[in-house]
Design a protein around this ligand. Structure first.
Ligand SMILES: [Zn+2]
Length: 241
């Protein structure tokens, strides 16, 4: 059986089908980032925390379809997560600048560092960090030796390790957007899309063991903002407990 070029297939991400219909021009200015009176991030507040395109649990849409190779299924979903996240970031990127986001923050006390070519861990402005991540993932996706799409090309033995690494970096991009740019997501009225995309990403990552809980939650002194969102969604039954 030959594999179709990956772009031709669609996973059942509800976000994929509905994503391009942004109700508001991306050029519209974003409101100042408001928080709830008790300082709770807005993404944890009702009604935003419940906003989704699909009601209920994401388990069913992450299950491996019959006759589909598991590696192919993972590759296809990563391709979709990457493209959807890239489109969201593209829309809010004018609000993510070296001035607004001098560090790649994802919680009040958490800034991710990037490992540079000298193997040193360095702070980068968020737009630079995200550009590095997205370019790196794009290059991997286009590399036939990493993400094979042609018949007769097998997935390399390093594929599971590579996709875990990709997953961790994409999670960081989600974490930064939730932490620093949720107001813009709300302004675009895209919270049902963005929440659905992220809940799907979490559910998929859990199902195929691509997600490390320590990456979702962070360290005790430096929690990831979205760790609380994950807990909330588990309580609500949106993602598996
Ligand atoms: Zn930013």
């Amino acid at each position: 059986m030959s594999r179709a070029p990956r772009g031709a297939k669609r996973s059942p991400t509800p976000t994929s089908a509905t994503f391009p219909d942004f109700p508001v021009s991306p050029q519209a200015p974003a409101p100042p980032a408001p928080g709830a009176p008790d300082g709770k991030p807005l993404y944890l507040c009702s009604p935003f925390v419940e906003a989704a395109l699909v009601k209920g649990n994401f388990k069913t849409i992450v299950m491996l379809p019959k006759y589909v190779d598991i590696m192919e299924w993972v590759a296809m979903n990563i391709y979709d997560f990457y493209n959807n996240l890239n489109e969201f970031y593209g829309v809010i990127s004018e609000c993510c600048t070296n001035t607004s986001c001098p560090k790649m923050c994802a919680g009040p006390t958490l800034n991710y560092t990037w490992i540079n070519q000298e193997r040193k861990s360095v702070h980068l402005p968020a737009p630079t960090y995200i550009d590095y991540v997205m370019t790196w993932v794009q290059n991997l996706l286009e590399d036939e030796s990493v993400f094979p799409t042609k018949s007769g090309h097998d997935f390399p033995p390093s594929f599971p390790a590579t996709v875990k690494h990709v997953y961790r970096q994409l999670l960081r991009v989600f974490a930064h957007i939730y932490h620093s740019h949720y107001a813009q997501i709300l302004h675009l009225r895209s919270e049902p899309h963005f929440n659905s995309l992220f809940a799907h990403f979490l559910a998929f990552g859990r199902e195929y063991e691509l997600l490390e809980m320590k990456d979702v939650k962070g360290a005790p002194g430096a929690p990831v903002g979205i760790g609380a969102l994950y807990d909330k969604w588990r309580e609500m039954g949106t993602v598996e407990a």
